[in-house]
Design a protein around this ligand. Sequence first.
Ligand code: XMP
Length: 366
Amino acid sequence: MKSVQKQELKNRTFLSILAGIIISYHSRIVRNACLYAFTRSIKKEMEIKEIKANELDPETFIKEKITEISEIIGEGTAISALSGGVDSATVTMLGHKALGDRLKTYFIDNGIMRQNEPEQVVSIFKELGVNIELIKAREEFFNALGGVTDPEEKREAITQTFYKDVFAKLLKKSDAKFLLHGTILTDVEETVAGIKRQHNIFEQIGIDPEDVFGYKIIEPLVQLRKDGVRKVAKSLGLPDTIYNRPPFPGPALAARVIGEASPERIEIVRKATIIVEEELKNIDAFQCMAILHNDKLTGIRNGKRDFGLQIEIRCWDSVDARIAKPTRLSYEVLDNLSERITNEVPNVVSVTYNIAKKPPSTMEAV
Ligand code: XMP
């Protein structure tokens, strides 16, 4: 009996040691995987050699990038995703010069862009001799955004829908194995630092796009910041409406809706955005925007209680978006904005102007 107990004790001891080894081995694997992704991301960030706008010779940069793109793609084809912003427009033009018809460019109408933006961008590029195919994907994006309120989850939903659903399907239909991407250095830094998951960052945070999505990503602008990209865009012959275009975030108006970005709430912020952009078009600012808040406020309309919405206006002075301060708008300008927004955007009873700097604020609200 004693020897049976001893044997059982031995077995138990053996099993608990084994379990301990497995647990510590497993947690070491998990830890090592995290460490690998982390060091890889830091390494990747450190490997990127910044080209400052004042050191940039756009002509030389363009020649080098055209050669690089041609060499990587060889006789193959590539795809570009145009959003209308200066980064994706510049990368599309570089790709067009390097590959001609072997570059296929898409504009994804995700339903969260500004008023008429898809049609306007397609027509600007048509005039430049670049054909853009407009892909309607509104439903896919709103399905993914339904019920999502957390900022990072919202970004992730947009990223997954864009790269995994919409784009992977488009790439499957074509024989392209490469996606040209307008990632810039600021996007990489803010994502690696964990400030905001910029929708276009993969390799730098340890994600291999080829494994996950089935295609390689080429990032010709990753050494530049916004001011450098603008110089390149101008040198490429892009029109002023593009190279001086105020930045617009990848997650589009969803980055400006606090809480769920439903079609109805996107429509409200879209209407407010038209007004903000019209009223501030002559202000020399880096970027201005309207943000829809999630909380409702008590207001009064036609002598009755109106439990309504709140719009926050932000207008930024900045050089490269790393730091920014609110533009000192005159009270008259602010007053016009408030009058128009409360009169023209249904259900809005409160308009505020953000006066905090970045940092600690960020430029977009989400
Ligand atoms: P933040 O909000 O990070 O914005 O201070 C800095 C600049 O980057 C633009 N931008 C983005 N912002 N998610 C963002 O939050 C994105 O995916 C993104 N893409 C571009 C933003 O509009 C501002 O100019």
